[in-house]
Design a protein around this ligand. Structure first.
Ligand code: AMP
Ligand code: GLY
Length: 418
């Protein structure tokens, strides 16, 4: 099969790496890809958000299957457009991708179908939002409605902080149109766990649990990032909690989307908080998480292409999704200053040495004029290692990353330990 993966980060590198191992995949393409992906797939210089150009290219080059990884093209309806052009595509249609694209929509859905989540109200009027904060008090959480690269959330310790967040979003236009509607919700407490699940519109197969590290600095300090590292499975996700999540959250969500005429095909990302009152949904995403995908797919023991096809064909119940035992850890090496401001274009050394004991997924890299690999983004690499247990996987990832260096390189030293 000729397969195209849409996207160009660490997640897409992991997806391509796993697909390249499938006997079903004879030709692998990635648009736009990056310097690491170029080592295993042919990169196509089309922006992930350019729906028309992507579909045109896929048709002209006779792709048998397209996997759409990032949130933006899903929200723009890339899967719908590919289907209309007769190409099977993995990922939710626009009307289901909305569970990520609109927090207001997903909160409504959870309320309607009694899926546990934080209490909330939605506002399009700033004065009403500010009055609600006065009434509720702090701590309280303020969220921009739309896609904001995972950064549109303020967990405010004080009412003043919450009000400033509302003003920035609704008045200052910090997140553009994404901030014109805000969701204000109850502040939950407890460990966070992520569970991704394959879905074919009707059936759901949860993957191993995982845990991201969203803050930039050690001890979960500093600004929110796209993710500074991830582990899988999460030690907090016990079999009892898993059973509860399937019963109270996962199956009801899939059934709710189907009942609403928005069957979900693709990967649903359940961001969960294990509160004293039980597991609750923090957020849904409509796709694989980044960097969670890197450790997760490293642990997958089945053919990913077969699973993708089963999701598209509605036959997920007939596939055996198997996992390796042990654990995996992905350590993100980022550009200094990320996520606020950083420079790119620095040469990276030590990649080959690191690759001997771990898989080094490229997130933001490009090839220089002389074939050298250069930094080209905030998150640069995701060094991913396995271990017999979590502690070993973490040690292996850090040990493997040691030879890698580039100017102003920044990473957290406590991935999997907090
Ligand atoms: P989100 O983009 O919705 O995942 O939010 C980003 C982060 O903010 C989450 O991973 C949580 O750490 C935190 N967060 C979001 N909503 C809440 C909430 N209701 N209570 C406490 N923390 C939250
Ligand atoms: N790692 C969080 C996300 O992909 O949204």
């Amino acid at each position: 099969m000729k397969v195209l993966v849409v996207g160009g980060g660490g997640r897409e590198h992991a997806i391509c790496w796993k697909l390249a191992q499938s006997p079903k995949v004879t030709e692998l393409y990635c648009a736009p890809g990056n310097a690491g992906i170029a080592q295993i797939a042919q990169c196509v210089p089309i922006k992930a958000t350019d729906v028309d150009a992507m579909v045109k290219w896929a048709v002209e080059n006779k792709m048998d299957f397209v996997m759409v990884a990032p949130d933006d093209p899903l929200a723009l309806g890339m899967v719908d457009a590919l289907e209309a052009a007769g190409i099977p595509a993995f990922g939710p249609r626009k009307n289901a991708a909305i569970i990520e694209a609109s927090k207001a929509f997903s909160k409504e859905l959870m309320k309607k179908y009694h899926i546990p989540t934080a209490r909330y109200e939605t506002f399009t009027d700033m004065d009403a939002a500010l009055a609600y904060i006065d009434q509720q008090g702090a701590p309280i959480v303020v969220k921009a409605d739309g896609l904001a690269l995972g950064k549109g959330v303020t967990v405010a310790a004080t009412m003043e902080e919450a009000k400033n967040a509302v003003r920035e979003m609704m008045e200052g236009g910090k997140f553009g149109a994404s901030g014109s509607t805000v969701v204000i919700e109850e502040c939950m407490t407890g460990p966070e766990v992520t569970v991704l699940a394959f879905c074919d519109g009707e059936h759901l197969v949860p993957m191993l649990s995982s845990q991201d590290h969203k803050r930039a600095y050690d001890g979960n300090q500093g600004p929110n990032t796209g993710g500074m590292g991830a582990i899988c499975p999460s030690p907090n996700y016990t079999p009892e909690i898993a059973a509860r999540c399937v019963e109270e959250i996962f199956l009801p969500t899939v059934a709710a989307l189907k009942a609403e005429g928005r069957p979900f095909q693709g990967v649903i990302y359940f961001g969960l908080m294990l509160t004293p009152a039980g597991p609750k949904v923090v957020e849904y995403n409509a796709r694989f998480g980044d960097p969670e995908t890197q450790p997760l797919l490293s642990m997958l023991d089945s053919d990913l292409m077969e699973i993708f096809q089963a999701c598209v064909n509605g036959t997920l119940d007939q596939v055996d999704v198997k996992w390796k035992s042990g654990a995996a850890c992905c350590l993100v090496l980022a550009s200094g200053g990320y996520p606020v401001s950083y420079k790119s274009g620095y040469p990276i050394s030590g990649l080959e040495e690191a690759g001997k004991s771990a898989v080094v997924f490229h997130a933001g890299t490009k090839k220089g004029e002389n074939g050298e690999i250069l930094t080209a983004g905030g998150r640069v690499l995701g060094v991913t290692a396995l271990g017999a247990n979590l502690s070993e996987a973490i040690d292996n990832a850090y040990a493997a990353a040691r030879p890698i260096s580039f100017q102003d390189m920044h990473f957290r030293t406590d991935i999997g330990r907090v």
